[in-house]
Design a protein around this ligand. Structure first.
Ligand SMILES: Nc1ncnc2c1ncn2[C@@H]1O[C@H](COP(=O)(O)OP(=O)(O)OP(=O)(O)O)[C@@H](O)[C@H]1O
Ligand SMILES: [Mg+2]
Length: 450
């Protein structure tokens, strides 16, 4: 429990309180309106000359004439009930007095019909009529009926008005809380999709309630994340640069040492291969971090069918080593806009994986074609072991390497991560599916240049 009610709580209490107050006000106002309308005829009748007329009728025709006058439907206005009561409270017409009035009539009205001392003239709430035979009657006018909600139409109108008030307040509450939460949600989703520079809109982070505080927390979290990523990239770049110089010196030292005393051929080749692998790994890390940090710099119009043909040509030696055929089927004039170097490295990573995993004697199939909605579809499929179905997405994450075939320990696990970045930077995407009858099929979609 916080010592002070929270801002959000205060706002909600304010809105809901306002709704209840408006509802009560509406109820009271309609009650007053209905009751005053119902009482209008009664008050007019009370202030009119009905009593005097009754006295005249009684004087001229006695009780029977008065009874006939009372029963005449034209005598009384609507909403008014007339009682002519004798000393014991019985109505001349035999109408029973409503229960809620009985006590009041007994105390303040009937006393007058029983006569008082000559020197006592109390103020009476009902005029007295005196019949020719001397009988005293109390002439009592009462409102006929006061229903708290009036007619069914009035009741329906009050309910409808109340519903409108509630709907307006509910819409207001939903807008006041729903809109900033939806805006914040958009920002969170954008951040989750990797747009690290996203911040909450000022209209939300400027609020002085919990939603505003949440938006400000989100902003500082995003800032923290951004600076962490930036420093990670910087570290990777620095480390790669730092490693490259000693590596170059190592190569130079090896060449010098060899001049003095040549190494046996297997050891020499081994050292050179390992040095080359290290160089390659450092290059991959550098390329990967650069792709993460910088948007696409170079944009050329280039033909994917030609790029693939050249790439396959260049990889033919590698394919020959693995005893694998590469089969290209590409439509003509497949153009995209992009960085030729980057696109080549993206395809190269996928193709080299396929060659490496394809069994000897099999073919790697490369297909390129136009697909619907102005995009190009390129697939690279091998007949190798494929990957477990639940790893199809994971292999695109950096440094993820599944069990390599045989004792193949080459590679950094960055190849597909680099490819994903490259194609995403070109507005496309890459995914993997299991091929039939076996093997892996990697699909790349790129927007076609118009
Ligand atoms: N065609 C394929 N068939 C079977 N498994 C594959 C295939 N392509 C990729 N993989 C699996 O996905 C993992 C990740 O591939 P990725 O290209 O990112 O890294 P790598 O090939 O191991 O190393 P690098 O490409 O950096 O030299 C691989 O280690 C391998 O287990
Ligand atoms: Mg690879």
């Amino acid at each position: 429990m916080t010592p002070h009610p929270s801002k959000l709580y205060q706002r909600m209490a304010l809105y809901i309180g306002a709704a209840i107050a408006a509802f009560v006000l509406l109820g009271v106002a309609s009650l007053v309106l209905v009751a005053s309308q119902q009482l209008q005829n009664y008050l007019a009748a009370r202030e009119g000359s009905l009593g005097a007329e009754a006295a005249r009728v009684l004087d001229q025709g006695g009780q029977s004439a008065l009874l006939a006058w009372m029963r005449d439907p034209n005598t009384l206005p609507n909403g008014v009930a007339l009682y002519v009561l004798d000393g014991s409270g019985r109505d001349l017409d035999g109408k029973p007095l409503p229960a809620q009035y009985q006590n009041f009539v007994e105390r303040f009205v009937l006393a007058g019909t029983r006569g008082e001392a000559d020197n006592f003239r109390p103020i009476r709430l009902a005029p007295l009529l005196v019949a020719p035979d001397g009988t005293r009657y109390a002439f009592l006018l009462l409102p006929d009926r006061i229903a708290p909600w009036g007619s069914p139409t009035a009741l329906a109108a009050v309910i409808a008005a109340a519903l409108v008030v509630i709907a307006v307040v509910a819409a207001f509450i939903a807008r006041a809380f729903g809109k900033p939460i939806a805006e914040l949600q958009l920002a969170v989703r954008a951040l989750a999709r990797g747009r690290i520079a996203t911040r909450a809109p000022v209209s939300v982070s400027g609020r002085d309630d919990e939603i505003g505080a949440l938006a400000r927390d989100f902003d500082s979290m995003a800032e923290q994340l951004e600076s962490l990523l930036a420093s990670r990239q910087q570290l990777m770049r620095d480390m790669s640069h730092e490693l490259r110089s000693p590596l170059a010196r190592l190569q130079a030292a090896l060449a010098l040492a060899e001049r003095k005393q040549p190494l046996p051929a297997p050891e020499h080749t081994r050292i050179l291969t390992e040095l080359e692998r290290m160089n390659q790994a450092i290059g991959d890390v550098l390329r990967f971090t650069r792709l993460e940090a910088e948007p696409l710099q170079i944009k050329h119009l280039l033909r994917i069918d030609e790029l693939l043909a050249t790439l396959i040509e260049d990889e033919s030696d590698e394919a020959l080593t693995h005893e694998v055929r590469i089969d290209l089927q590409a439509e003509q004039d497949l153009s995209v806009v992009g960085d030729p170097q980057l696109l080549r490295s993206g395809f190269e990573n996928v193709l080299r994986n396929a060659i490496r995993h394809a069994p000897a004697g099999s073919a790697v199939e490369v297909r390129a074609q136009r697909s619907t909605n102005d995009s190009l579809l390129i697939s690279i499929e091998d007949r190798g072991p494929g990957v477990p179905a639940d790893q199809l997405e994971r292999i695109f994450e950096p440094y993820v390497r599944l069990a390599a075939p045989g004792n193949d320990r080459t590679g950094t696990g960055l190849g597909l991560a680099i490819a994903r970045r490259v194609f995403a930077a070109h507005g496309g995407d890459i995914s993997a599916v299991l091929a039939t009858p076996g093997g892996l099929c990697v699909r790349i979609r790129l927007p076609q240049a118009c």
